[in-house]
Design a protein around this ligand. Sequence first.
Ligand code: ZN
Length: 138
Amino acid sequence: MDDNCIFCKIIAGELEGSFVYEGDHVVAFMDINQPNHYKVLVCTRRHIPMIYEINDEEAAEVMQVSRRIAQAIQRITDCPGMSVFQNNGAIAYQDVFHFHLHLLPRYEGDDRRHRNVEAREVLDRLAADLRTVLEASY
Ligand SMILES: [Zn+2]
């Protein structure tokens, strides 16, 4: 755990997070920044800044969970497409240095600059919806 990392604090339960998945090596939760509802962050439990530091078990779980969550998001939202991206580190002008993938449903006419900051109750409800569909897929 990195004491300065907001994601490590969310994973440790020191900060609030609306969890979608909690596995052996990977967790997934919703961020307060929701350009579209059901944006999910999939991250390793370990504080690993860059993808080349992930081990095989972590890599496998990141991709398997991301695929299942993406399918659950698509089923709930019927979105025509989804962005999956990784953008970590100071070189990418980020202030969170903990490896994570973004899963973001996309629609016609999306404004990429638009950011909705959602209330925790909204995120908890969306995360519960997603968990229900996700758990049914296992
Ligand atoms: Zn961290």
